[in-house]
Design a protein around this ligand. Sequence first.
Ligand code: ATP
Length: 899
Amino acid sequence: MNWHSLSIKDTAKKLSVTLESGLSNKEVEKRQKKYGKNILKSKKNKSTLIKFLEQFKDFMIITLIAAAFISFLVSLLQGEVDFVDPIIILIIITLNAILGTIQENKAEKSLEALKKMSAPTAKVLRGGIVSIVDSKELVPGDIILLESGHYVPADARLIESVNLKVEESSLTGESHPVEKDSSCVLEESTLISERKNLVMATSVVTYGRGSAIVIHTGMDTEVGHIASLIMDDTAPMTPLQKRLAKTSKSLGIAALLICIVIFIIGIIKQMPIFDMFMTSVSLAVAAIPEGLPAIVTIMLSLGVQRMAKKNAVIRKLPAVETLGSATVICSDKTGTLTQNKMTVTDISSIDGTERLDGKFAKFILTLASLCNDSILQVNKKEAIATGEPTESALVVAAYHAGLTKIKLDLTYKRIFEIPFDSGRKLMTTVHKLNDRLDGMTELNSKSSKYISITKGAPDVLINRCSYIYENGKVIPLTSLKKNLIGKHNQSMANNALRVIATAYKEINSIPCNITTCGEVLENGLVFVGLIGMIDPPRSEVKDAVLTCKMAGIKPVMITGDHISTACAIARDLGILNLRERSITGSELSLMSDERLSEEIADYSVFARVSPEHKVRIVKAFQAKGEVVAMTGDGVNDAPALKAADIGCAMGISGTDVAKNAADMILTDDNFATIVSAVREGRGIYDNIRKSVHFLLSSNIGEIITIFIAILFGLPSPLLAVQLLWVNLVTDSLPAISLGVEPAERNIMKRKPISPSKGLFADGLVFKIIFEGIMIGSLALFAFVIGIRYFDGNSMGGVNGPIYGRTMAFCVLSLSQLFHAFNMRSTQSIFTIGLFTNPRLLLSFAICTFLQIAVIMYPPLTKVFDVISLNKTQWLIVFLLSIVPIFVVELQKKVNHNSH
Ligand code: ATP
């Protein structure tokens, strides 16, 4: 169907929709069944079976399976068929793979849930009501509203276009926005890139606004036809994952070498070759930390899920790591530090303060309501406005002064507009002048056709005015009067009010060129007066600012508002104190990049800035080595969000473009959410460190146990199955439980994590090696005691030194379980409370129970080649196993005292 060659009326007819009210909800349901969801098919996720099979693709696991198979064949050839060992090895490996698959699935699910949370929405007219729906729910025939900064959710035929510009690079490759026009009907042969009356899914509205009828959804859209665009959603590795993958590779090679050495020494010492081979391979499987990057993925994804519950939706995983290192948080003022609930409190003319319902107020509020996109709804005498809060405050104030926006709009029909833009800080609308506006009666003699109304920041608008409205008359604006207005503005701003100025101009024709119309309409204006509105700070922000400061993070306010308004609020919130300074965008423009980065640390308030300044601010901080989080909501904020280390987009007021450029979305637009996300980020980083610490020290413990024993001519203290068991049970569960360790109490009293320091900073390597040696020595000690006192010094026998092995096996396993508690904090475990991580307690209980079962339950005893222990032997095992707690407690005390 060539929709571009149909008129709006014909399009609506073809799609059976009424333009005034849209589709009925019933019809939408019907069409959803017929057309399906409005989504582009993404690459299929791997099936669980594939994920499970992939767990076996590790080289050492394959070797182990091969070894088990060979061992089975050898035993078969020797006539003494040994099923047990190979089967147990296979069971353990399978269990391990199942655990891996479950975790991978869990991680994937939580990331998918997040993707859903940040899914795009669309404004749609259905059953006469405008509402926001998930873009997925759109059907052909739906009437959608298009706004600057938002994605076009489906292919659609324009019904209305007001200065509408759309960037269609994803379809046409053309990165310049193209103008759209609803009124034209095109030739059938018109190329896609020239179909001015259509908008296509995935393009972005960069300017103006419009409405359109959806013609195609999902895979039927133009973009759906381009197969190469179908998304591949595989997440790239985060820096930490990359680093850990590298580390685990080198550690793996080292472990492998040690295993080879152990094997060779075993052979030299004439130990049974096959047993030695099995032990070495099992040791390699157990000790090679191939799971480190996976642990990071799991912890990041679990953390991300927790953060989402606290209103911070992470879009890019690396942001979680970066959050912990944040040293500066640059935040917008309106809505993020303040409530964005504006109420008009002051109105001022050249003569000073005016009554809110007086004659002057009525006039200025009429202008402010006309030059306004908010929609007023009156419910049981209560006036509620939807739209931009600044504008809503104005129409509500007008309502209280006895003026209704709908009526005004009908009387003075809007025929042209230049939208508000935080770069220009002005907005202009042109209206038909059928009737005289209230308060303008004295101008009746002149009969202009149109009135152009401009509202905006007073300091910007005043420079566009040549006249002033005073006591119902229009007189030239002298510099004396300008100064007087400046003073009124200043005094309102000092009281933390946001101030809007209003002006107008009578014209007889509308300039046709969109690019130059601003110059014509926004110059030579008649200044009318000022409107001040209060926007109270969010109550939780004061505490969050204090937390930031204690955590070594500098909170910075960036705002388009007047410097005095900004400073008054910043002082109230604790962002601006005596030693810090504030600066305006125009002063910033005069500074060189070098000087700016020299002085940037002194400033904590940037006022009257445009979005372009934000990029400079981010870069200046970064040049000083700071890690910067930056908030933003508009289209022009995207470059700053990208440049920042952590770009935070607003979930409520943010545009799709800003959200897409951001690393994190604040679903409640709240500054305090960034601070709690930083806290989570630090906690996640800590927990990753704890798990890595635990796993590596345990692995080293296992290697040391076997290596030293073999070196000293003892038999291997642990058999293949025992090693694999330790690896599966006592390593994995506690490591995962450490991932949910609650954040340490002092976490926001520490300095940010330095990104240059790396995961193993602060002597972690030393600790890992020391603790590994300790665990290894304890297991060896148990082995020797077992041989010496319970095996009667017998090394061989049919079952080998079975008491020695059983005791070494138990000590290795249990000491690691106890050691997991050491990892929980740098503080004493008794200070933080033994019961504050229930997940770890549960892992401990399960693992201890299983370990005891293996030793005491006869069928398992046979399988694991162990022997039941008596009370004395258990006591020895227990005493040796809790040694790590005491040693590490002592170490913590020494560390604590020396700090
Ligand atoms: P912040 O950066 O703190 O979030 P902001 O982004 O809301 O503030 P801008 O939107 O750039 O700041 O507003 C800057 C100035 O422009 C305001 O102080 C006000 O004077 C004026 N202004 C804001 N909204 C409008 C609007 N809808 N129409 C006209 N002028 C406006």
